[in-house]
Design a protein around this ligand. Structure first.
Ligand SMILES: C[S@@+](CC[C@H](N)C(=O)[O-])C[C@H]1O[C@@H](n2cnc3c(N)ncnc32)[C@H](O)[C@@H]1O
Length: 235
């Protein structure tokens, strides 16, 4: 699968090189609240085999899913350093049902289909978000589901307030590093990656549904308020 950060709006390769523990934490929202959601969704949804975690970052969810499920889980990320680090961890820990590959959305053309394709806190970084959704959904066979969270107009408005002066708003959610805030969230702040139920329906031809009609909802209100977690079944 082709890699490279050409389509990304932010240099994630540099970000993941020699990353500090603090930055790894901020880039791994799953470690706080959603590592259980993916495996639980896969078990309860009971669709075709295979799980892809696209924009997997440090692999918190990828490894959690591989640990709980017997099927193969493949983590994809645009950043070569984090893919390499995850491969080393899988080797070190002897995890046999996990693989890591490079992929840079909006392009996504894996060599197989996955019953569940998951993308968490990743689509907000992709300017051509409709093409990303189409390509992710194309990797799902009938009976499967695309599961993802997305930032809506309210989330963009919320982030725009901090963008006026990221240094003065350094304690604002998502302002992890004021120096790179507007660059990191450029696709969202410009409105390109803002999604809505209607935009998802118009792109995929099926209405999104709350993922919490399938999996339990962890009690982390800020996360679900700013980034709705949905699934789109494939018929
Ligand atoms: C905020 S982190 C989320 C990581 C993980 N999903 C989690 O929740 O712990 C966003 C991840 O998306 C990756 N990413 C950013 N743009 C991408 C793109 N265009 N294609 C694939 N991955 C991308 C980054 O390298 C980073 O690892």
């Amino acid at each position: 699968m082709s890699g490279g950060a050409g389509e990304a709006s932010f240099d994630w390769d540099t970000y993941w090189t020699d990353i500090s523990d603090e930055k790894r934490e901020e880039a791994s929202p799953n470690s706080h609240h959603a590592a259980e959601v993916l495996p639980e969704f896969v078990e309860r949804f009971d669709g075709p085999a295979g799980v892809a975690d696209v924009g997997c970052g440090a692999g918190v969810t990828t490894f959690a899913a591989a640990d709980r499920l017997s099927e193969t889980v493949v983590g994809y990320d645009t950043a070569a350093p984090v893919v390499e680090r995850n491969r080393e961890r899988a080797e070190r820990e002897g995890v046999e049902n996990v693989r890591f590959e490079r992929a840079t959305l909006p392009a996504f053309a894996p060599d197989r289909e996955f019953g569940v394709v998951f993308a968490y806190f990743t689509l907000q970084y992709v300017r051509d978000v409709e093409r990303a959704l189409e390509n992710l959904y194309a990797a799902v066979p009938p009976g499967g589901a695309l599961v993802f969270n997305y930032m809506n107009r309210a989330a963009r408005d919320f982030c725009s307030i901090a963008a006026d002066d990221p240094h003065a708003n350094a304690d604002h959610p998502f302002v992890f590093d004021p120096d790179e805030y507007t660059e990191r969230f450029g696709a969202l702040l410009d409105g390109d990656s803002v999604l809505s139920r209607e935009r998802i329906y118009e792109t995929l031809g099926t209405w999104p549904r709350s993922a919490f009609t399938v999996a339990d909802r962890p009690d982390v209100r800020w996360a679900w308020h700013h980034a709705l977690l949905v699934y789109v079944p494939k018929r």
